[in-house]
Design a protein around this ligand. Structure first.
Ligand code: ZN
Length: 142
């Protein structure tokens, strides 16, 4: 199977297995560490093994999160500004910034200032979001 490309669901399942494995081995590792710290110097090989496992898993989780962020962003305007959801009728809604890691809650996206936004214009190919005033808070957080 060398060179085969795993589906996102299969990769997510493997990540979950690795987290479960880590979860299962952390309790004995922690018990051992707690016993040795203060009495003797911890064994560097065991510390390194744990550190490498955490770093490897962490790097793979961050990579997967970046891929998922990119998928979410692909459905949003490239500039990341979305009109506020539920704004008063007829008034032009304030636009907020969803940032590099858009938080999704059903059809709503949470802006970096915490406002709920809705991608009215999808990827906004005609730049309609530019007509909206930009949120001051989002301008400073972004
Ligand atoms: Zn905002």
């Amino acid at each position: 199977m060398a060179g085969s490309v795993l589906s996102g669901a299969e990769r997510d399942r493997r990540l979950l297995e690795r987290i479960r494995d880590l979860h299962g081995s952390l309790a004995p590792d922690l018990a051992w560490l707690a016993r040795t710290v203060g009495e003797e110097v911890p064994r560097p090989d065991i510390l390194r093994d744990l550190g490498e496992r955490l770093a490897d898993l962490g790097a793979d989780l961050i990579t997967r999160a970046d891929e998922l962020d990119a998928e979410v962003r692909a459905g949003l305007p490239e500039h990341g500004w979305l009109p506020e959801a539920g704004a008063r009728r007829r008034a032009l809604a304030v636009a907020h910034q969803v940032g590099p890691h858009p938080l999704r809650c059903g059809p709503i996206f949470l802006a970096v200032c915490g406002a709920a936004c809705f991608p009215f214009y999808g990827t906004d190919p005609t730049g309609r979001t530019a007509r909206h005033e930009q949120c001051e808070k989002c301008l400073h957080v972004h």
